[in-house]
Design a protein. Structure first.
Length: 279
C-alpha cells in the first residue's frame, strides 16, 4: 500500500473509535546519554588526557682498558632518572646499551660484594660524549700513570683466584702502609673485613700464608713482639696494600655514550735485592 492509503485507512479506524490516541511520558533514564552534538560542542572545552612522555632516549656505557681494548662480561647496574634499576652486561667490545628510557641523568654502578682481585677492574677515569670523545670528567687516578698491565704469572699471590666470567669495576686505592697500620684497620677504612682484604690482596685468609705474603709481597721486615708475625712499618718496601671499595658514577646524561677506563689489578711486587760483589 502507498503511504496515502495507509494514512487514509488509519484515519477511518480512528474515526470509528477503533484506536485511541494518548500521550505517554516515559521515565528519564538514570544516566543521560549525551548526543553527538553535545559531545562535539563540549570537546573544545574539555582538556585532553595526559600523554606519558615518550621513552625515546638511550644510554651507552663502554668499558675499556687504558690501551683502548673493550672489556666484555662486566656486570653493570644503571639507575634511570625514574630511579628504576636496570642491569646490563658489556659485550665483546665492552659495550652495554639501554634503549627506550626516559631522558635525564643516570647512575652507573657495580654490585660489589667481596670480589676477588681476578674479577676486579680498577677504575681509572671517565670519558663522556657522542662517540666517547669528551674530556675526562672523573678519575680516581686522574693525572697519574696507570699501573702496567702484564700477564699473570704462577708466582703471583692469589693464583687460585679464577674469574667467574662476570667482572666488576671497583675503586682501588694503592695504600702505602705505615707503622701502626694493621690489616684490620686498613679493611675498616673501606668497610670490609680483614679476611676480605687479605683474600683480595693475597688470595687467602690463612694466617700462615698471609704472613708469608706480607714478607714477600708487601716487603715487611719488622715482626710483632712475640716474633711470630710480620707487621707494617714505615720502612716497608714497596709497602703497598690494595684497598677496594664500591664503584659508582652519578650524573651520566642519557642520549650519549660514556666510556669507563679501567685497568687490571696487579700487586706491586717486592723488588729483588741487588747483590754487590767486590774483589
Amino acid at each position: 500500500m502507498r503511504d496515502d492509503e495507509v494514512l487514509r485507512q488509519l484515519a477511518e479506524q480512528i474515526a470509528r473509535g477503533a484506536f485511541t490516541v494518548a500521550s505517554v511520558h516515559e521515565p528519564a533514564p538514570d544516566l543521560a546519554v549525551p548526543t553527538l552534538g553535545a559531545l562535539l560542542e563540549g570537546s573544545a572545552e574539555q582538556s585532553p588526557l595526559p600523554v606519558p612522555a615518550a621513552l625515546t632516549h638511550f644510554i651507552e656505557v663502554r668499558v675499556v682498558l687504558a690501551s683502548g681494548e673493550g672489556v666484555g662480561s662486566v656486570a653493570l647496574e644503571v639507575v634511570l632518572p625514574t630511579e628504576e634499576v636496570q642491569r646490563a652486561t658489556t659485550d665483546g667490545e665492552g659495550m652495554a646499551r639501554l634503549d627506550a628510557i626516559p631522558a635525564g641523568t643516570c647512575v652507573v654502578r657495580c654490585t660489589w660484594s667481596n670480589p676477588s682481585r681476578a674479577e676486579t677492574l680498577a677504575f681509572v677515569g671517565l670519558k663522556s660524549g657522542s662517540g666517547a670523545a669528551g674530556d675526562e670528567a672523573h678519575g680516581a687516578a686522574a693525572g697519574q700513570a696507570a699501573p702496567p698491565l702484564r700477564p699473570k704469572t704462577p708466582e703471583d699471590e692469589g693464583e687460585a683466584q679464577k674469574p667467574s666470567g662476570k667482572y666488576v669495576v671497583s675503586q682501588v686505592e694503592r695504600r702505602k702502609v705505615g707503622t701502626g697500620d694493621t690489616l684490620a684497620s686498613l679493611a675498616e677504612s673501606v668497610g670490609i673485613t680483614w679476611k676480605e682484604l687479605a683474600k683480595f690482596n693475597f688470595g687467602t685468609d690463612d694466617p700462615k700464608k698471609i704472613n708469608a705474603a706480607l714478607r714477600r709481597v708487601v716487603g715487611c721486615t719488622k715482626k710483632t713482639k712475640d716474633g711470630k708475625n710480620y707487621r707494617f712499618d714505615d720502612t716497608d718496601d714497596p709497602g703497598i696494600v690494595l684497598l677496594p671499595s664500591p664503584f659508582e658514577l652519578k650524573g651520566l646524561s642519557t642520549g650519549t655514550q660514556h666510556t669507563i677506563v679501567v685497568n687490571k689489578v696487579e700487586l706491586t711486587k717486592k723488588r729483588p735485592a741487588r747483590w754487590t760483589f767486590s774483589m
